[in-house]
Every structure is written in C-alpha cells, then in structure tokens.
Design a protein around this ligand. Structure first.
Ligand code: PDD
Length: 290
C-alpha cells in the first residue's frame, strides 16, 4: 500500500510530496513538531500532545495553521488513508515560506505537514532485554522545552550512541547533571527506592510519556522525586530507564561501561512498563480513530 501525506490542505502520495525550497523550516529550522503514537487504532494521549504543540507554537510566535478541531480531523484522515493500526503520526508546523531573511517575515502562512507510518513494536514488551546508553555533554540551546525541529545536537548524539552499540545518549549539563536523552526522558531508581526524574525546566522537553508514568507511579504508591541527578548517581542506581512516545518505557541495563543492577531490566522498571502497556491499551485514555 502506498503512503499518503498531508501538506497545507491537500493529501498527496508520499513519494510525490514536497515543500517549497524557501520554507523556513528547511532554511532556519524555524518550526515545531509532535510525534503521537497510534496503538490498536487509538491515538495515545492526543490532548497533551496538542497542548504541547500549542505551547511550542506560542513560544515561537507561530500561528496555528488551522483550528485544533480541524487538525484532529486531518490526523484521523491521514491514519485512515494510510490504513494504520499501530504506528506514529508526525505533525510539523513551520513559520512558512518567505524570502530568506533571519527576522520573522511580515507575512507568511505557516506550513503544516502531517505524515504517518507503521511502527514495529517488538521491543515494547515485558521481555525487553534492556538498552545501553552512553553519556555525552549537552550542547543544545537553552530552550529545550520547545519541541523545535532544530535537532542537530540530538541527531549527532543519537548517531554517537549507535556507533557505540547503544540505543540512546543521555546528555549532561555543565555540572554533570543528566538533562535528558536525545529523544527521550531519563529516569533512575536510587538505593532508597526513590524514582527520580529531572523536574521540568527549560533544559528538557516535558515528555507526555514522562507525565503519564509519573501519574501511574503515584497511583502505585511509588515515591517520585523530580530533581536533577548526576551521571555518577545514575551509574550507581538500582534501576534506570528512558521514556518517549515511540520507545514507551525502555529499561537501561548499561550506562557507558557500567552495568546497572544485575544487567537485566529491574523489577520496578518491568512493573511500570507492564502498567504503561495496560494504560496504552486502555480505550479510556486514548482517542479512537473512527
Ligand atoms: N521525541 N525528550 C526529547 C528531546 C524528545 O525528543 C522526546 C520525544 C522526549 C519524550 O517526549 P514524549 O514522551 O512526549 O514522546 C523527550 C519524539 C518521540 C521524537 O523526536 O521522535
């Protein structure tokens, strides 16, 4: 089946679709995006994703290209046209097309691109063997709370991880505190069984999965502490994992050369993953694609 994508009001065969060479997303990374999971024809946590999209757009003073209700309709259409059961929707909004000049153009119409594709999820089960992460200096800008398409440091970090046989790179700030992964949020369990993840500030993206896991953990009586932790602390942790819409909750069994716990996904991590999988499969938390 051939893929279908949406650009500025029209659906196109994916192989034929393009945006203008002077789109500011292309020239300046002047745009924002969201990635939403589709599981069993449900859109997982659609509302918090659209809320975050709104915050990102406001931060960059980019107008909504259409009403939120219309956007929801297009998202459903694109999932249906691509006949997806499990996959992801990618939504990108840039400041639009204008003659190249750094300042905002006086007039420009935001460019809206929506694509969707299947996502293989064999790693998303409780038999997950766990991942290795490497640690790298965080060289990104100081507004990582905005989900901007300016992702070059993240791209370089992920590539470095892959070249070292790892699945993710945890970035650390100038004081040695872990900020987040290149496309995920970072977590650890300390020896007193406190589940620790960095508080929300401008150094990290407010992950939708992060918020959901905090809710689930609180309901399960797990003590959550939102504070920065150092790379050294993470290496001494009992358990560690990372979260995102596409990796769900992935156990971390190695950080650089240090094995975490006994080298297998920890008990609490495995329990939380099972709870998260139940959450994702629960129609109440998600939007059915009709
Ligand atoms: N990445 N931190 C960063 C830097 C991210 O890019 C992401 C998401 C997250 C987790 O956010 P969420 O739980 O809302 O997916 C944290 C997406 C999946 C991506 O860029 O493909």
């Amino acid at each position: 089946m051939s893929r279908v994508s949406y650009v500025n009001g029209r659906y196109y065969p994916h192989s034929k679709v393009s945006v203008h060479v002077e789109d500011r997303g292309y020239q300046f990374a002047d745009g924002v995006y969201e990635v939403i999971l589709i599981k069993n024809r449900y859109l997982v946590d659609e509302e918090p994703h659209l809320d975050r999209l709104d915050r990102s757009l406001q931060a960059l003073e980019i107008d909504w290209p259409m009403k939120q209700a219309s956007l929801k309709h297009v998202i459903k259409e694109i999932i249906n046209k691509n006949k997806l059961k499990d996959g992801i929707v990618y939504i990108q909004i840039t400041r639009g097309v204008a003659k190249r000049d750094h300042g905002f153009p006086k007039k420009s119409k935001p460019t809206l691109v929506i694509t969707a594709r299947p996502l293989l999820m064999p790693h998303l089960n409780t038999n997950n063997k766990g991942a290795k992460v490497i640690t790298i200096p965080d060289i990104r800008w100081k507004r990582c709370d905005i989900k901007s398409v300016s992702l070059l440091p993240n791209v370089l970090g992920k590539q470095a991880a892959r070249e070292q046989g790892a699945q993710e790179a945890w970035q650390f700030d100038e004081e040695g505190f872990v900020t987040e992964g290149t496309s995920t949020n970072a977590w650890m369990l300390d020896t007193d069984n406190n589940l620790i993840t960095r508080y929300l500030d401008e150094a990290i993206l407010s992950g939708v999965t992060r918020l959901t896991i905090i809710d689930i953990a609180k309901k399960e009586g797990i003590k959550i502490v939102e504070r920065p932790f150092t790379v050294d602390e993470a290496k001494k942790s009992k358990e560690a994992f990372f979260t995102s819409s596409t990796s769900f909750l992935t156990p971390v069994v190695q950080i650089d050369d240090v094995i975490i716990g006994n080298g297998a996904p920890g008990l609490l991590t495995t329990k939380l993953l099972a709870s998260y999988l139940r959450y994702v499969d629960c129609p109440k938390s998600n939007t059915l694609i009709s």
